[in-house]
Design a protein around this ligand. Structure first.
Ligand SMILES: [Zn+2]
Length: 96
């Protein structure tokens, strides 16, 4: 059973990465849909979204971040602060 879960997660992670890759070149509405799909895949299969992709979208409204368009990015004291212009929430990331 454990092995089966690992397999499911592996596939899910691959799909999540693929969705984000496509979101990168898609227009906003489509990119948002890809993020929502990736998110539901992640919650359904309990697969964590890869760290580097976590900062690419808003955790609250699940919109794909396009810096300068729907989010503002600031770097201060070793932290990255993303301000979502859709739902007006801040997200902080520790920069490593
Ligand atoms: Zn948002």
């Amino acid at each position: 059973m454990k092995e089966k879960n690992a397999k499911i997660r592996e596939t899910a992670e691959r799909q999540i990465r693929e969705l984000f890759r496509q979101a990168e070149s898609a227009r906003q509405e489509l990119a948002d849909r890809y993020v929502k799909l990736a998110w539901s895949l992640s919650t359904k299969t309990k697969t964590p979204i890869p760290r580097e992709l976590k900062r690419r979208f808003c955790r609250k409204c699940l919109s794909y971040f396009v810096p300068g368009r729907n989010c503002r990015v600031r770097v201060s004291k070793g932290k990255v602060v993303c301000y979502c212009l859709n739902c007006r929430t801040f997200r902080r990331f520790v920069y490593k």
